[in-house]
Design a binder for this molecule. Structure first.
Ligand code: NAP
Length: 307
């Protein structure tokens, strides 16, 4: 029986681990993929307080080593469901193994939102990518497009403009959600073209992506852009349906929890991008990890005192 079981080894999950073990609690972090979470794909982090400049990979690696070094137990395993057994909770793994813990912190983050167009899944790796840092070099001196208007899209476009021949930035509005400074930086680049108020309405090609159809939302006009690669950066969405029989989710699928990270179930907490919140940043994910772990510790102490 662990004191705290964390599902997800992104920034929120590993931060929760650090805070948990430093309160002398046994902590197991389970991760279905590789530790690090979404930040691992970010080329440059320049807004994490106290660190002027680092890469997402280095940040994730440092966080993992810090957590494990302090005594957090880490396992790569996919959780398929959780159960609330009252005085303890259970995480059920893909192979049927059941792990009991006094508390659970759900820190499963979010995954890339797809465009939902025909051929999208089929052409991943054949012209379609969700990660400019991972795949950008395949498009050296080629023509690419980035879809989205948030910081990820802006950052991807900037990164790609350093290595490719041309970058189209396609966004459904004429205002960007991402930081103005990033937009200005991009505007100054000669190989970047903004295609605003526009949606990608078709992915075209034979057995790989060769062109996209873009529809202007205002005029309704359709335009075909020939390209080698499309980087989809239209935000994230959570994958919490496996927890929906236990904790409450909002309409978007995020776990309902306030700034105290408490869900509707005593002893189960939600931290980071996977919970309902307005600001999803590296700093707020780390902050959630701390808050959730300390809330779990105080829940355990309250239970011990009332026993
Ligand atoms: P985001 O901020 O949610 O932006 C998603 C963008 O995609 C928005 O511009 C949105 O358009 C557009 N979009 C959403 N659904 C769409 C659809 N179906 N079709 C076309 N466009 C669609 O997501 P993000 O850029 O991935 O960033 C997520 C969070 O991480 C943000 O808080 C961001 O600031 C943060 N982040 C920080 C850094 C950094 O600081 N280094 C880097 C990357 C990300 P609308 O604007 O019209 O809604």
């Amino acid at each position: 029986m662990y004191d705290i079981l964390v599902v997800g080894a992104g920034t929120a999950g590993l931060s929760a681990g650090i805070y948990g073990v430093r309160q002398n609690k046994s902590v197991l972090v389970l991760e279905a993929n590789i530790y690090g979470g979404q930040i691992i794909n970010t080329p440059d982090i320049e807004n994490y307080p106290g660190i002027a400049h680092t890469s997402g990979f280095d940040f994730a690696m440092g966080l993992y080593q810090q957590a494990v070094g302090l005594g957090v137990e880490y396992r790569q395993a996919r959780v398929t469901s959780i159960e609330d057994a009252g005085d303890h909770k259970v995480a059920v793994l893909e192979d049927g193994e059941r792990i009991a813990s006094r508390t659970i912190i759900l820190a499963t983050g979010a995954k890339n939102r797809p465009l939902g167009l025909e051929h999208e899944e089929e052409w991943v790796g054949k012209g379609i990518s969700y990660c400019a840092t991972c795949d950008g070099m395949f498009y050296r001196k080629k023509v690419v497009a980035v879809n989205g208007g948030g910081n990820t899209a802006l950052e991807d476009a900037e990164f790609l403009s350093n290595i490719v021949k041309k970058v189209y930035v396609i966004h459904r509005r004429d205002q960007f959600r991402g930081e103005a400074a990033r937009v200005e930086k991009l505007r100054a680049r000669e190989n970047v073209e903004f295609v605003l108020n526009s949606n990608i309405t078709a992915l075209l090609g034979q057995d790989r992506l060769e062109a996209i159809e873009v529809t202007d939302k205002v005029s309704g006009e359709k335009r075909m852009i020939e390209l080698d690669g499309l980087f989809v950066a239209i935000g994230q969405m959570p994958e919490n349906m496996i927890f929906s029989n236990v904790v409450g989710l909002d309409q978007g699928g995020y776990i309902i929890a306030g700034e105290d990270c408490r869900t509707n179930v005593e002893g189960i907490f939600a931290a980071g991008d996977t919970r309902t919140k307005t600001v999803r940043q590296l700093a707020t994910a780390a902050s959630d990890g701390a808050v959730a772990a300390l809330a779990a510790v105080s829940y355990i102490q309250d239970k011990e005192m009332s026993a």
